[in-house]
Design a binder for this molecule. Sequence first.
Ligand code: NCD
Length: 309
Amino acid sequence: MINPFYGRDIISIRDFSKLDLEYLFKMSDNIQKLSPMKLKELASGKLLGTLFFEPSTRTRLSFEAAMQSIGGGTVSIIEARTSSIEKGENLNDTIRTVESYVDILVLRHHMEGAARFAAQIAEKPVINGGSGIEEHPTQAMLDIYTILKERGRITNLKIAVIGDLKYGRTVYSLLYGLAHFNPKIFLVSPPDLKVRDEALIDLEEKVKFSLHENIEEIIEEVDAIYVTRIQKERLPDPLEYEKVKGSYVIDNKLLSKGRDDLIILHPLPRTTEIRPEVDKTPNAKYFIQAHYGKIVRAALISLMLNEKN
Ligand code: NCD
């Protein structure tokens, strides 16, 4: 199969097929077997530019750690969203400037469409590191890789996605990515935070799902639970947050009702939705998920840079 990532922009998970994702997962397996010397050759002499106009810990650091692990270098802008970058023209100039220094750009921006816009103006490949409430495709790639590694397969699983399904961009990328693998999805959220209607209509054609308000209804059935944080900063009104905060919590009591081999994922950061006591259980996979993030991102960068691998 021809490398489907070579020179490509990574803007939406919907731009990639099941075979493409499987290709990335194979590469993710393969790079873990390389000697440190061979690994460092994958991006030797190349630079990754990370432009983050929204807060981030894992995404930016794991991209930078990933790039360095395969022998490349990184340069970064971390700027508050109060800057004049909000104006389209200025983002244009920033992108045009930074792309002249680097080989790949990673952009995180609070506006939907920002990553697609950057990809249109940049000649170098652009990776969407999170675009408003829209998408976060590399997060979905690592989420699905975590499911593969921690459950042994992706196909035909029962997966609950719980929390802020309205504003959580990781949810959208995950649902569209999982749709290739014939899952049964349980969407669990307070009524005010259910998946946006336009996506529900679209997903109806692609995936089997049902809507729930209470995790107890489905906990016994599921193979995996993907928990998300309420996106406080994206809610239009602080009163909305007061209404929904604390409306779902994963604790050991709840877990005892689930299957022994149930896995719990979370893109992180978490606030109150998973109690710390859960961290010690074998079901908790969110920190290893962050670890897989570095591997999948290293594999992805390598595929974007090297036609043959
Ligand atoms: C997520 C994001 O930024 O969308 N974080 C991440 O990249 N791991 C989830 C979140 O902020 O809740």
